[in-house]
Design a protein. Structure first.
Length: 75
């Protein structure tokens, strides 16, 4: 499994916690990750990838709706 950060997102107005993961866009193991391979359509995988902004620094935005909505897992 590719290195990732497991996230449980809660906020006012969200009745249930949302489960997702943050992966790193420059991680070679992403290509072999069984979780990422199961996401359909495959272009939604990009919603789980943190973008490298500087050496050792990444940026990630949670999107709760719309065409670039972050993939959330039903756990």
């Amino acid at each position: 499994m590719a290195p990732h950060i497991a996230v449980w997102l809660v906020a006012r107005g969200i009745n249930l916690g949302l489960q997702t993961r943050i992966y790193f866009e420059d991680e070679a193991a992403n290509a072999e990750c069984p979780i990422l391979a199961r996401i359909e359509p495959a272009d939604r995988v990009a919603t789980l990838l943190a973008k490298r902004t500087a050496p050792g620094a990444y940026s990630f935005d949670f999107r709760l709706q719309g065409p670039e909505e972050t993939v959330f897992f039903d756990v």
